[in-house]
Design a protein around this ligand. Structure first.
Ligand SMILES: Cc1ncc(COP(=O)(O)O)c(C=O)c1O
Length: 360
């Protein structure tokens, strides 16, 4: 068996150790004689698995008291709707920062439920830079301020938590959660689909301040109602039991790596050396302002676009796969989440150098 270096943006590579453990536990989980997939979500064994995942997440992110953690279905996209439905309350307006394709999707969904004020937009800069906080105009009467902490397609990442101007701060962290320590106390709500940095597809995590729970719009579906989900331990209906278990294994693996400060150090090293390789050569380029380049998703191009197919084919032959840029932007993108070993990045950099020597 050969495992490739998989640079997919999501669903993405999982730590090999996690997959091996899942394999070993697949048919007979801890002597129960059954797979996790065959267990009732109400069973004592399963509830313990679910609770362990929550406590490990709380430990890794140092989630302060006064926050609920929910494990929900519908991906991050369901939260695009659930957030305005639950947090609008007696307000009419919500404020959003537009930094690219995922912000736009969140904005389009929120517009179904509220007036959306665009507090700032990266559009004039082709979404290659984040407008400085001082240039934002945030409606003081908005129910919350939303931003996308890492634009998975554009490769643009906030390096700091922006000042929310007194509003509850909401962030889509689908593609950079758990990649660095986070001061959760600065947020009203943080959410993320699991399939990049936390586990497989099929489950999303919502971390929210308890005082924001409880006054959803009348038409909010029960499964998107934070109060009902919180009161039922995210088990209002059958949860995605196997993804939740795998997410728990990823969290255990992260703790074994030394937690978020340790993984951040690796992520800084991996991304810095890849950007350095791109910048040092006129053959490759990345358009993003260095102040907000993503540590997780590194888009890059070669000047001669006719060579793109050859690059991808030769990379694939070298065991480096899923380097295509998103279909909306083309070029290449290397997604280097926590589970991508540093050796995978070294291998990509080596390949890029070889390719340039051959075709540059
Ligand atoms: C930043 C960001 N937000 C939201 C989503 C949508 O997530 P889901 O497919 O879980 O709804 C993605 C998926 O790639 C993403 O990268």
């Amino acid at each position: 068996m050969t495992r490739v270096y998989n640079f997919s943006a999501g669903p993405s590579a999982l730590p090999t150790a996690v997959l091996e453990r899942a394999r070993d536990e697949l048919l007979d989980w801890h002597g129960t004689g059954m797979s996790i997939m065959e267990m009732s979500h109400r069973s004592k064994d399963y509830v313990a698995i679910a609770e362990r995942a929550e406590s490990d997440l709380r430990e890794l992110l140092s989630i302060p008291a006064g926050y609920k953690v929910l494990f929900l279905q519908g991906g991050a996209s369901a939260q695009f709707a659930a957030i305005p439905m639950n947090l609008l309350r007696d307000k009419t307006t919500v404020a959003y920062v537009n930094t690219g394709i995922w912000s736009k999707k969140a904005i389009a969904e929120a517009k179904k439920y509220a007036r959306v004020q665009i507090a700032a937009s990266g559009e004039p800069n082709n979404f290659c830079a984040i407008p400085p906080r001082a240039a934002w105009t945030v409606d003081a009467d908005a129910a919350y301020l939303h931003y996308t902490s890492n634009e998975t397609i554009g490769g643009v990442e906030f390096q700091d938590i922006p000042d929310a101007g007194g509003l509850p701060l909401v962030s889509d962290m689908s593609s950079n959660i758990l990649s660095r320590p986070l001061d959760v106390g600065r947020f009203g709500l943080v959410y993320a689909g699991a399939q990049k940095n936390m586990g497989p597809a099929g489950i999303a995590v919502v971390i929210l301040r308890e005082d924001l729970i409880g006054e959803p719009m009348a038409a909010t579906p029960s499964i998107l109602d934070y109060r009902q989900q919180a009161d039922n331990g995210s088990m209002l209906n059958t949860p995605p039991t196997y993804p939740w278990y795998l997410l728990g294994l990823v969290l255990e693996w992260l703790k074994e790596q030394g937690g978020l400060a340790a993984i951040e150090a690796v992520n800084v090293r991996k991304s810095a050396k890849l950007y350095a390789a791109i910048d040092r050569s006129p053959f490759y380029s990345n358009p993003v302002d260095p102040a907000c380049r993503s540590r997780m998703n590194v888009p890059f191009r070669i000047a001669n676009t006719e060579l793109e197919k050859t690059f991808l084919a030769e990379a694939r032959a070298a065991g480096l796969v899923n380097l295509e840029g998103h279909r909306s932007v083309g070029g290449f993108r290397a997604s280097i989440y926590n589970a991508m070993p540093e050796a995978g990045v070294d291998s990509l950099i080596g390949f890029m150098g070889e390719f340039e020597r051959k075709y540059g």
